[in-house]
Design a protein around this ligand. Structure first.
Ligand code: F6R
Length: 243
């Protein structure tokens, strides 16, 4: 697609279409996996528009977010809880009890990851998992080298990730959380459908590795070559390195 704006609009219309087609209702929830980051912001804005226009309701939608930092207070502006509430949840009619974000402050982080997987299973699995990728091909916090069959777990972040994220923490690397909770590649692979949003020239190498080379755990997003229903929604810039 032409640019990031068109990708955002396309992705939002795809979500609208999928939820509408499913016709959620009491006891019949549409289950959506969600990312944070810069890429999906435009999509969230369009989904909020659809809600305000009366075209879409989240009343019978259950969501699961991909990841969360460990040890950041929930109301810290960089926490993914804060991001999701401010950029999306508080603007739509989702039931807060159905909007699941991993708790990076849980006393037992391993149990929290297990609880999250159990909740996904209890919801009947994810219908549509939306994701974004990093320039190194990571999906969620599944950094290069992560197992392609991984499940939700605690990850210690790579030094490069801390470097890349320090701009969000006053450029002070010591303030960047060193650990995160993240769904695994296998968790996302289990979704019936996966939609990955990729925009910008800085993601072009990752897109090429994702689709034009073999499945490789150093580029974790390449795992989706083996998914029956995976869609990469890209802008022109992201396609620069494609053959
Ligand atoms: C988001 C996530 C990451 C981001 C990726 C891209 O929950 O887990 O995979 O999607 O780091 O981030 P942006 O969109 O900011 O370029």
């Amino acid at each position: 697609l032409e640019d990031a704006g068109v990708v955002a609009d396309w992705a939002a219309r795809f979500v609208l279409q999928r939820i509408t087609q499913f016709a959620p209702g009491p006891g019949r929830h549409f289950v959506l996996g969600l990312p944070t980051g810069g890429t999906p912001l435009g999509m969230y804005r369009r989904l909020i528009d659809f809600y305000k226009e009366g075209r879409l309701s989240f009343k019978y939608v259950t969501t699961f977010n991909m990841d969360e930092y460990v040890g950041l207070p929930r109301d810290h502006p960089e926490s993914y809880h804060y991001y999701m509430w401010n950029e999306f949840f508080k603007h739509v009619d989702i039931d807060p009890g159905n909007a699941h974000v991993l708790d990076g402050n849980a006393a037992d982080l391993v149990a929290e990851c297990r609880r999250f997987e159990d909740l996904i299973a209890a919801a009947g699995g994810v219908h549509l998992f939306i994701g974004g990728i990093g320039p190194d091909g990571h999906i969620a916090f599944n950094e290069p080298g992560s197992s392609l069959v991984s499940r939700t777990r605690v990850k210690t972040l790579a030094y490069d990730t801390l470097e890349a994220n320090k701009r969000f923490f006053g450029n002070d690397i010591s303030k960047v959380p060193r650990q995160a909770l993240t769904v695994g590649v296998g968790t996302v692979m289990d979704a019936k459908e996966v939609m990955i949003l990729i925009t910008g020239v800085h993601k072009s190498l990752a897109l090429a590795k994702a689709v034009e080379e073999g499945v490789n755990h150093m580029w974790t997003v390449s795992a989706f070559q083996q998914h029956a229903q995976a869609l990469f929604v890209c802008d022109e810039d992201a396609t620069l390195e494609l053959r």
